[in-house]
Every structure is written in C-alpha cells, then in structure tokens.
Design a binder for this molecule. Structure first.
Ligand code: RIB
Ligand code: CA
Length: 312
C-alpha cells in the first residue's frame, strides 16, 4: 500500500490528540515529524501534550519539536480552556505516561530537515494555528516543491466558533492563515467547520472508543470535558473531531469532497478579523484552495474509530 510521508503540526488539544493517534495507528501514514505551535493552550502545554500523546501511542520514533509561541503580528486574544481544559487534555493529562523526548530543533528546522531529506514530496497536515507553516514557507521557499500539499483544519465559510466571526485556528493567527491560504507554491486542502461540524461523533462512537482498551479509555477520558462543553453550547451529546477529519484526508486523499475557490482571510482588527472569505469574483486572483465541504460522514467516523481503537 502507498504510504504518505507526513508532517503533523498540532496544538493538543483534545481533538488533536485523537488526530495524532489516528495517524499513529494508520499504516498508510509515514509520520516523519510532529511540530507544535501555541494554540488551544500555551506552547509549553501543547508541546508537552503532543509528546504525551505520542508516548500513549508508544511512538518514540517520531521527532517532536516546538515552534511558534506567539502569532506573527497581533497577539492571540482568545484561548480555548473551556473546550480543552487548562492543561489542553481535558484536565486528564495525569492519565498519560511520561512524554517522549523533545527534539532540540525548532519546528521550522525539523520540518526543513524532513523536507530536505525526503526522497518524495511530503504532506503537511496542520491542525492548529498556521504560524509554523507560514514561517516554514517564509524561511525556506526553496523547500516548497518538496511539499506535496498542505491539509489544513482551519476556517469556516459560515459561522465561526470564536467570539467573533472566525474559526479558532485562523483567529489565533489570521496573518499566518492568509499567508498559507493565498500562496501559489503549494496546493492547499482546507477542512473547515462547515464540514467538521456536520460530522459529530456521538455517544455510541465515544462509548465504543472508551471500551476498546485501556489506552483508548484514556483517550476517551480526554474528550469528556469537550463533550460536556458541546452539550452546554450546542445541546448535543456529541463532539466534533475537527482535526481527525483533516488527518484522515491527509492519509487517505480524496476521503473528503472538495470545491476549489480562492480564499481570503480578513486581517483587519475589526469584528470580522480572522474570517475566511471565498473570493467568488470572476476575475478573482490568487490560487484556488480545495475546500472540503462534503463527505460520507458516517463512513468518515467509522474509519476514524476503526483506526484509533487499534490503540487498544
Ligand atoms: O476550530 C477547531 C480547531 O481549533 C481545532 O484544531 C481545535 O483543536 C482547535 O484548535
Ligand atoms: Ca487543533
């Protein structure tokens, strides 16, 4: 079976944790590196959490490096402790084994090394703020041809999930998102809230995960605070596994059905800051982004569960 060389840039984050385990339990995924920005929680915690999740998955072979601790231009003004817990793992970080070792390189340096050493183009799945990937493209434009595509969980054509109009990953660093989504060098597949919020994992899914073994029980426990937040905010006993959808698409290209359109990001300081706006003008300029707006959501959820539960 063809294996996909993959870098995952992630801000764990409870749905990030599921996405990381999904990748680690998928034989098609040749995970060359995990890199971490700030995001759901501070970089010190996202970095620790990524290494904790890899330890849970028994993956000491994958280097993990920390990157951006801040957004590029304006400071992030909204965090997500009510969704991910102050520790970033649903207040269950104590249930995890000791974290795997930290790679001493910066995220950009690690990504650059992986790209430079790869004998075939590498997919980058970015499931947090896009700061590290924007920096990579800025510092190493010569490596763009070595990136086969960027699959980004980010954005929303409709309502956002922050205080303003924006989806969280974009709101955390709109300038970085704009940089990545409007550059012509690397194809981008965008996985927005428009799809991820239509693909909710319900009680049966969550119970099946919890019953799949002790490590799956730990992972399911991480989702409990997030599940309660969904009940509170949306009135549903279910959770959106935003990041897992993006990683599944990165591993199984074509799983999500896309529509191509140029995307702009509002980078002003007004109420729409961080909005991702499709440019539908006939004379729209800039590269088209492949926006995932449709999928067989039942099949997607089944695929994610079947793979994640291999963790045992
Ligand atoms: O808006 C959803 C995104 O924001 C996901 O990546 C989640 O982990 C949070 O970071
Ligand atoms: Ca995330």
């Amino acid at each position: 079976m063809p294996r996909i060389p993959l870098i995952i840039d992630t801000d764990p984050g409870v749905d990030d944790a599921v996405a990381l385990v999904l990748a680690m339990q998928s034989p098609e995924a040749d995970v060359r590196a995990v890199t971490v920005p700030f995001g759901n929680v501070e970089i010190e915690k996202t970095f620790l959490n990524a290494r904790r999740v890899l330890a849970l998955a028994g993956r000491t072979d994958v280097p993990v490096a920390a990157g951006a601790a801040r957004s590029l231009v304006h400071l992030q003004d909204e965090w997500a402790p009510e969704w991910h817990g102050a520790d970033g793992l649903g207040m269950r970080s104590a249930d995890f084994p000791a974290p795997v070792a930290a790679d001493p390189r910066s995220a950009v340096a690690l990504m650059a090394d992986v790209l430079a050493e790869a004998t075939e183009p590498v997919t980058i799945a970015t499931i947090g703020p896009l700061t590290n990937v924007a920096l990579l493209l800025a510092v190493h434009p010569e490596l763009a041809p070595r990136i086969s595509r960027i699959v980004a969980m980010a954005g929303s054509l409709g309502a956002g999930n922050t205080r303003g109009r924006a989806e969280f990953n974009v709101s955390a660093d709109p300038e970085a998102a704009h940089r990545v989504l409007t550059q012509p060098d690397v194809p981008v597949t965008l996985v927005p809230l428009d799809l991820t919020m239509r693909c909710l994992a319900g009680a049966t899914w969550l119970d099946a995960l919890a019953a799949s073994g002790p490590r799956c029980a730990t992972l399911a426990g991480v989702l409990e605070l997030y599940r309660a937040a969904f009940r509170e905010r949306y009135g549903v006993d279910a959770v959106a596994l935003h990041d897992a959808l993006a990683v599944l698409e990165a591993i199984l290209p074509g799983t999500l059905r896309t529509t191509s359109m140029p995307i702009r990001v509002a980078c002003d300081l007004g109420p729409a800051r961080g909005a991702t706006i499709p440019d539908g003008r006939p004379d729209a300029v800039g590269p088209a982004v492949h926006v995932a707006l449709d999928a067989d959501t039942d099949a997607v959820l089944t695929e994610i569960l079947d793979r994640v539960r291999r963790l045992g």
